[in-house]
Ligand binder design. Structure first.
Ligand SMILES: [Zn+2]
Length: 412
């Protein structure tokens, strides 16, 4: 029902989709179920970039908030949200934090960007207000301020990029502070995977819980275009789908629908969005879904960990790989304090791959050789390996003035 309403809304209000439906002789009244969506065209990031304002379904003066994508891949896209869209966005995060065992007694420290047109920042903030939780807005980076606030205000939960938590642990250790003695019990992990495809914690998450066994990690996955999060419950068996807010499909290279457990590209259709709703938008993210009931009691489908981004596929020295494979090798080294992986294109048009690492101890002499061996074994090719001091690597993660520290920088 919500899907049919959204389709009728697009047919009435979206210049972009009106044109698509007209050119392709589509009558949206014929689309009644999720399976029928297969008769409609996909929307790509390129479509959204080229025709950005044709997606707006309301008069310009109804736009309350102009969010933008982070621009990690190509030019940023603007997503205009109405006041109702913002209320919907907050509701989505209220439900998400609840799913991740959050409640009114929790105090969340937000270790992320809250301005710079970053939709997720205000979404978390609005959702937590609705939850009745306390909020500490520290923003991204600034390890000293993060640690000081943890000690003074005693939050019970963090929202952060997991590699930043790894940096926080290293920093706390340097200060002789044991975070296991702190008030924190939950970390909602954004922006990076914390699990392997079999739902076991990946090397990065294991590195965190190995040093900090008192916390439980929850993964949440979202993006500006989705205006909706998929968040894990305490069982950690994938991000729960919110069926009243979004429709999703997983498709193969040929665009055909895949079944539960099969990995393909995630395609989404927003529900209940007024400003810039998207229809069959190809996210570029590769994952699988699962439909067995969850031990938490919820019966909604769950999205498995993102195994890679279609556009981030690296073709290097005759091998194809995703950045996550490189992260997994690097994260398995306790001796590495921080790293950044950079892909670029050579003058010959081939991909170049550079890995810059900071070691915890500068006198760890056998490290580069052992790391080279592990990379060679894990990737079957050896990237250019550079060693740099920790502050230089952390600064590199914030390169290009991005809103989120990133361990993968794509210059191709
Ligand atoms: Zn569950």
């Amino acid at each position: 029902m919500a899907l049919r309403q959204q389709l009728a809304y697009l047919a009435h209000n979206s210049p972009y989709y009106q044109r698509q439906f007209r050119e392709q002789h589509i009558n949206v009244a014929d689309i009644r179920t999720v399976a029928d969506l297969a008769r409609l065209p996909f929307t790509t990031k390129d479509d959204l970039q080229r025709h950005n304002w044709d997606f707006l379904c309301v008069p310009r003066n109804q736009v309350a908030e102009y969010s933008s994508t982070s621009g990690t891949l190509g030019e940023p896209v603007i997503i205009g949200l109405t006041k109702n869209d913002l209320a919907r966005l907050y509701r989505n995060e209220y439900l998400s934090f609840g799913c991740a065992d959050g409640g009114a007694d929790d105090v969340y420290q937000l270790m992320l960007t809250l301005d710079r047109q970053f939709m997720a920042g205000i979404a978390y903030y609005g959702g937590l207000l609705e939850l009745g939780a306390g909020i500490i807005r520290v923003g991204p980076g600034n390890l000293a301020a993060q640690l000081a606030n943890i000690q003074q205000l005693q939050p019970t939960a963090l929202v952060a990029v997991p590699s930043f938590i790894s940096n926080l642990l290293a920093f706390a250790q340097e200060q002789n502070i044991n975070l296991n003695d702190s008030s924190i019990r939950k970390i909602v992990c954004i922006g990076e995977s914390i699990r392997q495809e079999d739902f076991q914690l990946n090397a990065l998450a294991q590195k965190i819980t190995g040093q900090w066994p008192n916390v439980q990690l929850y993964s949440t996955y979202a993006s500006t275009e989705k205006q909706t999060a998929f968040t894990e419950c305490g069982q950690g068996q994938g991000g729960h789908h919110q069926p009243e807010l979004i429709v999703f499909e997983i498709v193969n290279e040929g665009g055909q629908l895949l079944k539960a457990g099969e990995t393909g590209e995630l395609v989404i259709t927003n529900l209940g969005v007024e400003g810039m709703p998207l229809l069959r938008y190809k996210t570029g993210d590769l994952c699988a879904y699962y439909d067995a009931p969850c031990a938490c009691g919820r019966t909604t489908r769950r999205l498995g960990p993102i195994v890679g981004r279609k556009q981030q596929l690296i073709k290097y020295k005759g091998t194809t790989l995703y950045p996550q494979t490189i992260f997994n090798v690097l994260n398995s080294f306790a001796e590495i304090a921080a790293y950044v992986v950079e892909a670029s294109r050579s003058a010959l048009g081939t991909d170049e791959l550079t890995v810059t690492v900071a070691f915890r101890s500068e006198d760890w002499v056998e490290a580069p050789a052992r790391l080279r061996q592990a990379l060679q074994a894990g990737l079957r090719v050896l990237p250019t390996l550079l060693v740099a001091p920790l502050p230089a690597v952390l600064a590199r993660q914030q390169a290009d003035g991005k809103r989120k520290p990133s361990v993968f920088i794509d210059r191709r």
